[in-house]
Design a protein around this ligand. Structure first.
Ligand SMILES: C[S@@+](CC[C@H](N)C(=O)[O-])C[C@H]1O[C@@H](n2cnc3c(N)ncnc32)[C@H](O)[C@@H]1O
Length: 273
């Protein structure tokens, strides 16, 4: 049997499908609470923060509104032009010094200066070796500093790959490698002799409208983001299998249909002095 062959989505489609994902994600409040908890628990005083894969700036925007967290300096890496424009307009309204690198980060990117808090919020999927990239950034921590990765746990979207990836031929690599989860990151860190602190966050996606049968285009965009390919180009039968798999993992709560996609918080801390 010949498998359907299709490329992974490009940077423009990535930004479009990510926007649909964000509209339905209920993850961000829980992730933001976890970021704030980690900072309050581990760090005090004005922070120097390095945000790798800052996206449209929603994380720094929210963090800057927290009265008990003070930012002394912010530096970000973000290569996607669509996301950069959002990030720049957020930063223009904030009152601490910052620098934005309009480029991607990798395990060989030079980092100048020292930081108290390094964040990879759902950006490690873009690194060739996520554990090495995280260790590289953590090497720029001040004593007592923390490097934090928010990354999908090995559930939901991650399982789509083991179930369905052999049913089509992917012609180009994913820009965002959604096969990577906390499971692979933690294994990579341990292989390098680093024992991270890991917490699973019970983060849901609100699937209520997506699965009501009335929003097929939006559902298709959402799954295109998960799989990083055009869902609508897959054979109908496979589309049905994927939608049923997602549907079956949802739970009705307070009149909403929630799909739990636990995110992991993975921390590396640098010992004091
Ligand atoms: C899933 S988004 C997350 C954005 C933001 N941190 C958040 O939590 O909403 C991943 C981001 O990583 C960016 N990215 C892609 N390649 C990157 C790289 N090599 N270095 C840093 N960021 C990268 C993407 O452009 C995108 O904005």
């Amino acid at each position: 049997m010949t498998l359907p062959a299709l490329p992974s989505i490009d940077a423009r489609r990535y930004a479009e499908t990510f926007a649909v994902f964000l509209e339905h994600s209920l993850e961000y409040d829980l992730m933001a609470e976890e970021i704030e908890r980690v900072i309050r628990h581990n760090l005090d005083g004005p922070l120097r923060m390095l945000d790798i894969g800052a996206g449209t700036g929603c994380v720094i925007e929210r963090l800057s509104r927290q009265p008990t967290i003070r930012l002394a300096y912010y530096e970000a890496f973000e290569p996607n032009p669509k996301h950069l424009s959002g990030l720049k307009s957020v930063m223009a309204h904030l009152d601490f010094p910052y620098r934005i690198h309009e480029e991607g980060f990798s395990e060989t990117t030079p980092i100048s200066g020292r930081f108290d808090f390094v964040l990879f919020s759902h950006s490690l999927y873009w690194m060739i070796n996520p554990a090495t990239a995280m260790r590289h950034a953590a090497a720029a921590l001040n004593p007592g500093g923390v490097a934090m990765a928010l990354i999908q746990g090995p559930y939901g979207a991650h399982t789509l790959f083991s179930l369905f990836e052999d049913q089509y031929q992917r012609l180009t690599p994913m820009l965002q490698n959604n096969r990577i989860s906390s499971h692979e990151l933690v294994a990579g860190l341990r292989a390098a002799g680093v024992e991270p602190e890991v917490r699973m966050l019970r983060t849901p996606i609100d699937m209520t409208e997506l699965l009501d049968g009335c929003h097929p285009t939006e559902l298709s965009e959402f799954i295109s983001f998960l799989l990083q390919l055009e869902f609508s180009a897959l054979p109908r039968r496979l589309q049905g299998d994927i939608v049923r798999h997602i549907d079956g993992g949802c739970v009705e709560t307070d009149g909403r249909l929630l799909w739990y996609l636990p995110n992991a918080s993975v921390l590396i801390t640098r010992a004091d002095g």
